[in-house]
Structure formats: structure tokens, C-alpha cells
Design a protein around this ligand. Sequence first.
Ligand SMILES: O=C(CO)[C@H](O)[C@H](O)COP(=O)(O)O
Length: 218
Amino acid sequence: MIRIAPSILSADFARLAEEIRSVEEGGADWLHVDVMDGRFVPNITIGPPVVAAIRPVTKLPLDVHLMIADPDRYIPAFAKAGADIISVHAEACVHLHRTIHFIKEQGVKAGVVLNPHTPVETIRHVIADVDLVLLMTVNPGFGGQAFIPSVVPKIREVARLAGEQNKALDIEVDGGVNAKTAPLCAEAGANVLVAGSAIYNEADRAAAIRALREACAK
Ligand SMILES: O=C(CO)[C@H](O)[C@H](O)COP(=O)(O)O
């Protein structure tokens, strides 16, 4: 089953509660929250107080994507703020295995993220420990970028690796996901699609979410 996770990065921050309700009512499955620190990526977005503010506004699982250096410093604060899933970049973690278990100790699900250029082999020895693998299909930092098609074989590789280890996990893709690129990801084995502009740039959020699902069902 395909899950749709709208990214609030492309929402109108001045009307965030309404923007969140529009995708929840429109059939979203998760809400994707992009956290950027101006160090790991060249942009700054939101922190734990914003996650705490949106927690009572929605029943959707909060899928918090940390694009930050030294994420261990902030994992407890995001868990306390109400995150359901916390994902960290393999590239940002010196002790990735420790960080993944640190996330789980907070009582939330743990995900690992790979930038487009990072080989899947990097996570071979932690795949049994995570609930989710997120493959970036753009270089992280900004919404509205073009999908990088060379990531598609990586989706297959993650699915194969998880199969070899008999590990059930979610495979998520993020960046440039729209009705054209979503089916490529789904066909390769992704089951969670993050979409920012493809949903929030459309006035009818329910139709945009439906279009993504229908594109994958063809
Ligand atoms: O993590 C991100 C950027 O780093 C965003 O979630 C992603 O880019 C979604 O935006 P869009 O669908 O517009 O590409």
C-alpha cells in the first residue's frame, strides 16, 4: 500500500494549521516535517517548538526528517515534541548504529536517510535496526527541485537488501515526487512518497494526493 506524506516545507507557514488540516482531510497518511540547520544543508527551517505546536493540530503520524549536523543533540527534543518517526542522515552520523538506537530509546521509530550520491552499501549493517529507509531523490535543502532518476536503482537495492535480511521496513522517497516520478519509485519498491510542491502548489489538496496514488496504481 502506498502512503502519501505531504511535506509542510511547501506549505504556507503563516497558515500552518489550516495547511495541515487540508492534507489530512485530503487523505494524507503521514505528515513530513523537514528540519534544516543551515549547516548540514544550506537552509534553515523549523525546530522542536514548531513540531510541538503542530502535534495537537493533527492525528497524522509526524515523520520528522532531520537534515542537521550532530543530530543526537536534538533527538530527545523532537521526540518530546511529538515526533512519531525520526530519521537521520547517514552522512551526518559518525556513530550511526548508536544514533539509531538512541532514537528508539526515546520511544519513536527510527529512520536512516541517504543523499542521492551515498551508496546503499553504507547502511547494510544497520538495515536490521531501522524502521524506515529514506532515499533522497534531490539534494536536500530546498523544495521544488527536479527528481534525480539515478536514485531509482537504489530503491531496488534497498528492497533487495531488506529482503535478504528478512526485514520489513518502509522505503520512502523524497524530492521531486509528482504524478510522473511517483510510479517509477513505487514500481522500484518505495511505499512512502513525500511530496511538497506536487501537493501544496495545488489548490485542491485531495485531488493532488489522489493523483499521486492513482499514478502508482496504473
Ligand atoms: O526534504 C526536502 C528537501 O530537502 C523536501 O521534503 C522535498 O524537497 C519535498 O519537496 P518537493 O516535493 O517540492 O521536491
